[in-house]
Design a protein around this ligand. Sequence first.
Ligand code: ZN
Length: 332
Amino acid sequence: MDFNNNNKRNELILAIDIGGTSYKGALVNKNGEIIYRYKIKAADYGSNEKFLLTIFNLISKLSKKTKLNNQKIIAMSFSVPGAIDTDNGIMKYSNNLKLENLNFKKELIKKYNNLPIFMLNDANAATLGEARKGIAKNYANVVFLTLGTGVGGGIIINHKLYAGSQFMGAELGHMSIDINGKLCTCGRRGCFEAYASAKALVNYTKEGLNKYKDSKMWDEINNDINNVNGSVSFEALKKHPNDLGAKEVVTKYIRYLSEGILNYCNIFRPDIILIGGGVSEQGDYLVKLINDYCKDYNYGFKSTPIPIIKTATLKNDAGIIGAAYFALDNLK
Ligand SMILES: [Zn+2]
């Protein structure tokens, strides 16, 4: 494998987004553009050896492309799920991959010892990607929230990723909004994640369906409660703005979500809040509801700027592009 030709043009970052079911690799140029991509099925869970072999295989597939096009890989960067020691490149714990204390960077250096290697947590990578190349690219201060099974995200301050001590901060889903509230997987009560995730929205929808037997939400699920997903209440309300059940579910969800967003506004006062994950599919409809709620409770009222709220744009590429920018930032 030739990483060392002297061509200064077309310098590329080899970036890999490690997910639970697949590993997405790409060659990314210095403008954050993906010029080649390759996806590989995830290795069997729980085996360090198989994990590493699969990653090496993906790296080999990607690097072959550079030979053909006379390009040069100047660094490798990885978006990794779970707890990761970014400075030392140790994957401490990944529930998704069933890996524990894997010295990933050391293994990579053994094989590719002439290349700088970087890695960061997947939520931080996605945040950096969205902030640099997505819709937030012209803003210095960004809070990115992903509303999926859980609530994740990240923080950008003055164009730079803020992840706290040992990259362990920015756990945006684990801010309590009710100290007597629901027990969270983290051990505390009332975490934002338990109220504003897509999973929470599904639960509110099921409660609403059971309470309002004549709700138009039933039409969205063909009268089968097993068909409920995060879009049911929103779709029903768009079509039937006076539907009591759909209105109650959406109002409840928007209230919890917006109260959390107001907390982030009061702490960070970002220029923009980006919303990603499954719930963000509701786009401008969702944004308007949040804005309508937040304007009434904005700290300092008219004297304080209300952050712009938008839905994220890079979707599945955010992690790869963010990993590439993390390498570019740290190479300087
Ligand atoms: Zn929690």
